[in-house]
Design a protein around this ligand. Structure first.
Ligand code: F6R
Length: 582
């Protein structure tokens, strides 16, 4: 989703902002812009579409000499993706970039219009600029304080004032924004990846704290009082954001899975005491969005087999559902980014009800990691491709280890040791997946069927395929298909049958036969050889680990199908990496 980077220092900001925006590209956006400020003037340049369009514009224009600038990638919420709506927005003396959604923008706009403000865009961001401008008399901090007092919703703002070419201001609420601390230069950004080429030192900003940055100092205030915050050091490197010879991040990230899985195994296999003990809870709720939710579905299967009652919800439903909380309830929030708006809201609902919360997250500095009672980091490094791959596998691995801790058995440990190598062997067969992709890429409808844990795997396999290749795909519980959806099966329809669950595999095979007799073209995914022409065979391992070998093969298929269809694999249309709005 939208991304922010701001710079103040001794260098010209153009290249730094451009590089920052390129590092934010993976989040998904539809327009981009920059503002430069010196003693005399402010220059704003925007463009629709790719950052390369903005780069072209920047080349063609003469850019003012300056040391202060802000930049933004926009993912449209209020108003079309046009140049007028792209950020930065300037009203009066205030120029700003904004992530988030101002919920009362319409009311504020009406009021401001009555006071004579003329708006040039349909954005909520321009309303924020107008509001700060209205309150600005002498002190920017006071003006920002008054404005955010009026604003309802989520925001991260990077702000420049016409009167001051040496100061950058920022504030946030429910939308991430951090401060990057350099040598004779400072930064603001919504994503640390944008500034890792310049500094690893950063400061987290609390809600409604206002930061004032100059090239060699910064101060943070809230309600007029100074706030002290620790300077932290990120262990991410800018290497994490480079392709290292791969054509796409999605493939690079899939290929990282064996080593990352191994790292987690080595960390916990003899130190289960470092994982929370779920046995003490009578009831578990699992909440997430998209793939994180499907990882949760796998977790539900595992914990139920361990004898714990589990409920699972997508976060956007959980936050509005009338949940009956028992006192021995644990709510597990699964999120790669730790910043997904609905998952944050679900977490806060659980916190309000005074039950324990456990974050399974990738980004340590994220809101979910910070606010939950417990956290387990999946340690995936930075995931750049919009479609999650390695983070999903690591989420499942953590859930599997938590389940093993509830219910240990020796076979599990034996299989755990072998897992990274087996995964590597499976991923090394790129020729095989490419060939299978050849049989799929021209189709427009694909189904995935499975039961229990195989249904959860089907959901993820189907999501991966549709989001990167734009082929329509659906996942069904194998037994449910004949209650309606089977009418869509025609000659040649591709149906993946996920058949790894020992107790239901015969039933799923019968369901596969049912669709074959109606013309479907089956692709069998299982652990035992079979007569089907197209099959993906994976080694049989402990059932708590099986999805970790199966899902990567479906990720490979999705990748190669999308590749053959010429799709923008790392940045599928309409999608954003981190969904920070409701
Ligand atoms: C799909 C995908 C999304 C995310 C979902 C949750 O490939 O990446 O479905 O899983 O948006 O995001 P996080 O995990 O950041 O909360």
């Amino acid at each position: 989703m939208c991304g922010i980077i701001g710079y103040i220092g001794e260098k010209h900001p153009k290249e730094i902002l451009l590089n920052g925006l390129k590092n934010l590209e993976y989040r998904g956006y539809d327009s981009a812009g920059m503002a430069f400020k010196n003693e005399k003037e402010i220059q704003i340049i925007k463009s629709v579409g790719k950052i390369s369009n903005l780069e072209e514009k920047l080349k063609k224009q003469s850019i003012i000499d300056c040391h202060l600038g802000i930049a933004h990638t926009r993912w449209a919420t209020h108003g079309e993706p046009t140049e007028e709506n792209a950020h930065p927005h300037k009203v009066g003396k205030i120029t700003l970039v904004h992530n988030g959604i101002i919920e009362n923008a319409a009311t504020l706009k009406e009021q401001l219009q009555k006071e004579g403000v003329v708006f040039n865009s349909s954005t909520d961001t321009e309303v924020a600029a107008a509001l700060i401008n209205k309150y600005y008399k002498k002190s920017m901090i006071k003006a920002i304080e008054e404005a955010i007092h009026d604003i309802k919703g989520s925001y991260a703002f990077g702000i420049i004032c016409d009167d001051d070419p040496n100061t950058l201001y920022a504030t946030r609420c429910e939308s991430p924004l951090i401060l990057g601390i350099g040598k004779k230069e400072n930064f603001i950004t919504s994503d640390i990846g944008a500034i890792l080429d310049y500094t690893k030192k950063y400061v987290l900003l609390g809600e409604n704290e206002i930061v004032t940055l100059t090239k060699d100092s910064y101060s943070i205030t809230k309600n007029g009082k100074e706030v002290n915050r620790k300077v932290l050091t990120s262990d991410l490197s800018s290497e994490d954001t480079s392709l290292r010879g791969y054509e796409h991040f999605m493939m690079k990230e899939i290929m990282e899975e064996p080593i990352l899985v191994d790292n987690i195994i080595q960390k916990y296999k003899n130190h289960l005491e470092n994982l929370p003990d779920l046995k003490k809870y009578k009831h578990i709720h699992i909440v997430g969005c998209g793939s994180a939710y499907y990882a949760g579905m796998i977790g539900k299967n595992l914990f139920e087999e361990d004898g714990i009652k589990v409920e699972i919800d997508v976060a956007s439903e959980y936050r509005y559902r009338n949940i009956i909380y028992d006192k021995d309830t644990l709510v597990i929030l699964i999120s790669q980014s730790g910043e997904t708006a609905d998952t944050i809201a679900a977490m806060r609902k659980a916190i309000e009800h005074k039950v324990d919360t456990l974050a399974i997250v990738n980004v340590d500095a994220s809101t979910i990691a910070r606010e939950c009672t417990y956290k387990v980091l999946i340690e995936a490094g930075r995931e750049v491709a919009v479609a999650t791959t390695k983070a999903f596998i690591l989420q499942v691995l953590i859930l599997s280890l938590l389940s093993y801790k509830i219910n240990p058995d020796k076979e599990y440990l034996k299989d755990l040791e072998k897992l990274p190598q087996q995964l590597k062997v499976l991923l090394d067969k790129s020729g095989f997946y490419k060939k299978l992709a050849d049989a799929i890429y021209k189709h427009e409808d694909v189904f995935f069927i499975g039961r229990r844990i195989d249904y959860a795997i089907s959901m993820e396999g189907s999501l991966k395929l549709k989001e990167v290749s734009y082929i329509h795909s659906d996942a069904y519980q194998a037994g449910e298909l004949k209650h309606g959806t089977i009418s869509l099966i025609k000659n040649g329809t591709i149906v993946f049958g996920i058949v790894t669950d020992e107790e239901t595999k015969d039933k799923t095979i019968s369901n596969l036969e049912e669709v074959i007799s109606r013309g479907a073209y089956p692709i069998y995914v299982g652990t035992e050889n079979c007569h089907y022409e197209h099959k993906i065979l994976v080694p049989k391992v402990h059932k708590k680990l099986q999805p970790i070998l199966v899902v990567p093969t479906l990720q490979m298929i999705a990748y190669y199908v999308a590749y053959k269809r010429g799709c923008d694999i790392d940045k599928p249309k309409n999608l954003a990496k981190s969904v920070t709005v409701e």
